[in-house]
Design a protein. Structure first.
Ligand code: PMV
Length: 371
């Protein structure tokens, strides 16, 4: 059990975590290949305060939840989700995942509280009529590839640990946050988790032993400021559904799968070299985006409507790619990165009007105390 300091009454802890956008390497990351990910300065904020009511008051305006829960309920909720996830890991199926995820809109938050209490030990929770109030506020579009669940998990876990007087190591924070992500998505690669904790630009790659090596890159290449981000809307399928469809493609059409992976990995590795050698990337970014997008299309994670938009970007001299899981069907595929050497020209492309521009800076600070 971890040492927990007493005397929390009256304290207010606020922790924020950034969203993220995957520059390249989504889906490939699930199979141990590298990804390059940037934190964005849209943030998720978790605020923890002492309250006179027993247990935990959840205040989650984005998912329309205001609920009073006992500590025991939250501990049980977290343990049930963990046990269901172990079964899902042994025998993955949509039904088994349904038993992990359930349909509670406060699922992620309840799991996060349960994980933290299990980590600290049951004795850590306040007794004697004291409880806490946990509020979560998001500037990050939900469920659209901007890392909202990783940011919420990291901000909540970190705020709760801080409130209990524990300063977590990177490894503990990563492990707890990833567990919450697993109950939300099934088998996340962990790249979102690393990025929202570290912030900046992160190169992440799974090691032979299954652990994720993540390396913050201190470079800030000039082209990064010219990458535009658009939100095409919340995909109809969850990240878990799309990842499962790619897994099926791997079983049914191994050649297509391998070819797509090779394309994505080659583009991602070239992008990393472009970041590290400090070259301006002139002329390269458009080609790289186009190449990576072709790999994603071959995996079947770009619906036709979005593919048609991407073709128009290309016809106008730019490059575009989905960022994140994408979608199997429907008009929306979450986040879309658009690049042109002269980025102002993108503002004149009326065909992008149906998408929502996400005005943000890439390379934002990682999880931190304060807003
Ligand atoms: O949750 P999203 O949309 O950011 O997608 C995550 C990226 C994937 O590579 C598709 C899955 C993963 O866990 O890395």
């Amino acid at each position: 059990m971890t040492e927990v300091s007493a005397g929390r009454e009256g304290r207010r802890v606020e922790v924020s975590a950034p969203g993220k956008t995957i520059l390249m390497g989504e889906h490939a990351a699930v199979y141990g290949h590298p990804a390059l990910v940037a934190a964005i300065d849209q943030r998720m904020r978790a605020v923890v305060e002492a309250s006179s009511a027993q247990g935990v008051r959840l205040d989650l305006p984005q998912v329309d939840v205001q609920q009073q829960c006992s500590w025991q309920e939250l501990i049980d909720y977290g343990r049930r989700a963990a046990a269901a996830w172990e079964l899902y890991r042994e025998t993955p199926s949509p039904e088994a995942f349904g038993r992990v995820r359930g349909d509670d809109p406060a699922h992620l938050v309840k799991v996060a509280v349960g994980e933290v209490v299990d980590f600290l030990g049951r004795d850590a929770v306040p007794g004697g009529g004291q409880g806490l109030h946990l509020a979560v506020h998001s500037e990050i579009p939900l469920g659209a590839g901007f890392g909202s669940s990783a940011a919420a998990s990291a901000a909540i876990v970190s705020a709760l640990l801080t409130w209990f007087g524990v300063t977590p190591s990177y490894d503990d924070l990563h492990a707890l946050t990833l567990n919450v992500e697993r109950r939300q998505h099934g088998f996340p690669s962990g790249i979102d988790t690393s990025t929202v904790i570290h912030g900046g630009l992160v190169w992440a790659e799974r090691q032979a032993d299954g652990s994720l090596h993540s390396e913050p890159l201190s470079a800030s290449p000039p082209w990064l400021r010219r990458v535009r981000i658009f939100n095409s809307g919340r995909p109809r399928q969850s990240t878990g559904d799309v990842v499962a469809a790619v897994r099926r493609l791997r079983q049914t059409d191994r050649r297509r799968f391998d070819g797509a992976m090779e394309t994505i990995v080659a583009a991602t590795e070239t992008l990393r070299r472009t970041v590290l050698d400090g070259s301006p990337g002139e002329g390269k970014m458009v080609a790289l985006m186009r190449r990576c997008q072709r790999g994603l299309e071959a995996l079947g994670v770009v619906p036709e409507e979005i593919m048609a938009l991407v073709r128009r970007v290309e016809a106008a001299g730019g490059g575009a790619k989905i960022s994140g899981a994408g979608a199997l069907r429907g008009p929306a595929a979450g986040s879309l990165l658009v690049f042109h050497e002269e980025d102002e020209i993108i503002d004149t492309w009326r065909f992008l009007d149906p998408l929502q521009p996400v005005r943000t800076t890439l390379g934002a600070a990682g999880v931190r105390q304060g807003a």
